[in-house]
Design a protein around this ligand. Sequence first.
Ligand code: APR
Length: 170
Amino acid sequence: MIEIVRGDITQQEVDAVVNAANSSLLGGGGVDGAIHRKGGPEILAECRKLRASRYGKGLPTGQAVATTAGNLPARWVIHTVGPVWSKSEERAHLLADCHRNSLAVAAELGARSIAFPAISTGVYRWPLESAAEIALAAVRDSSMELIRFVLFDDNAYRVFKAQFASGEAG
Ligand code: APR
């Protein structure tokens, strides 16, 4: 089931929440800042370990990796790195990869529910309509029990809702 809600990703009572991270895995603003602030230092400690082991050069764009969710209501945070919007270069496949790879990591952990923010639509400037279309298409055939998109403001919520409705009609 796919759900579109307005809200804060850090408050979601799901198995896994997705973080719109950057490749350093060491935090930032927006969703990333909120997750580390509310989740506490355990998340950053695990991110540092990942940087010291598997991801010495950082997490590549489009890939996903899990850590504890610390003090968040979720069990895991799945960190993924969205593409920065580019007018001249087609990067939609990387945004789709973020969603598919996050779902694959979640499924491997045994998660049955997952919440996504609108990856790349903040600091990374991806246009909302396009991001909604790519995100919804990427998760459409997933067997995850619950996939929830959590939109922070009214406009993003409306855009995702409309895109979801048009996808269902098509
Ligand atoms: N819950 C849900 N959505 C949120 C929250 C929140 N607490 N805070 C912000 N958002 C929304 C923003 O309004 C935006 O639509 O999440 C969307 C993604 O925005 P960003 O967090 O800026 O993510 P992104 O565009 O992928 O940029 C990633 O930002 O902070 C850095 O470390 C991060 O460098 C990375 C970059």
